[in-house]
Ligand binder design. Structure first.
Ligand code: URA
Length: 224
């Protein structure tokens, strides 16, 4: 969808931040979307986009003024991040984004949430959650590369809120999203922010994002 329609979505939902659509980003997305891309390249180029997402996510954290003195004895009017952060990955695909976060934020704490669809009820069910004990006082970078229907994301966000995280302290980072998923997350949690590298056309009958890139977890981790 990149182009007019994706921009329309970001205008409708100002809490959705689309990475600047540079030719470089487009080239990276082209590689990971290509069904002929081998696993090594898929990992390498996905990691590059993940790094861009993390860097952009950090731009949306609040800062306070911090005046320091440089070795020349001059003052520099800088800033400092206001609060502490942590990451939370939605297993399993979200784990692929953990290293990108660690590369930018040394020693960052990272929690994990496992959610799976109950095949009978179609409900997104929570199987496991391990989160930093002081998560309620942190800004949370929630990691999941694909925002499709929004079912798992909504369940995961609910888990964070149940642990005392404030909605406006959650930044959801993903590589690709479907308009349906964006709408579902934003309507349920209007104060949360989404950072994404592209907004696609929609979902197919298997709830895969189209044009998409296929199954991210299988391509990244080399499983079927
Ligand atoms: N998860 C994926 O890996 N791919 C999609 O297209 C949707 C969800």
């Amino acid at each position: 969808m990149t182009g007019a329609k994706a921009l329309e979505i970001t205008q409708k939902y100002p809490q959705v931040h689309l990475l600047e659509q540079t030719q470089q980003l487009k080239a990276l997305l082209t590689i990971i979307r290509d069904q002929n891309t081998n696993r090594g390249d898929f990992i390498f180029y996905s990691d590059r986009i993940i790094r861009l997402l993390v860097e952009e996510g950090l731009n949306h954290l609040p800062v306070v003024d911090n005046v320091i003195e440089t070795p020349t004895g001059s003052k520099y009017n800088g800033v400092d991040f206001l609060g502490k952060i942590c990451g939370v990955s939605i297993m399993r695909a979200g784990e692929a984004m953990e290293q990108g976060l660690r590369d930018c934020c040394r020693s960052v704490r990272i929690g994990k949430i496992l959610i799976q669809r109950d095949e009978e009820t179609a409900e997104a069910k929570l199987y496991y959650a391990k989160l930093p004990s002081d998560i309620s006082s942190r800004y949370v970078l929630l990691l999941d590369p694909m925002l499709a229907t929004g079912g798992s994301a909504i369940r995961a966000i609910q888990v964070l809120l149940d642990h005392g995280v404030e909605e406006d302290r959650i930044l959801f980072l993903n590589l690709l999203c479907a308009p349906e998923g964006v709408a579902a997350v934003v309507l349920n949690f209007p104060k949360l922010q989404i950072v994404t590298s592209d907004i696609d056309d929609g979902l197919d009958e298997h709830r895969f994002i189209t044009p998409g890139l296929g199954d991210f977890g299988c391509r990244y981790f080399g499983t079927d």
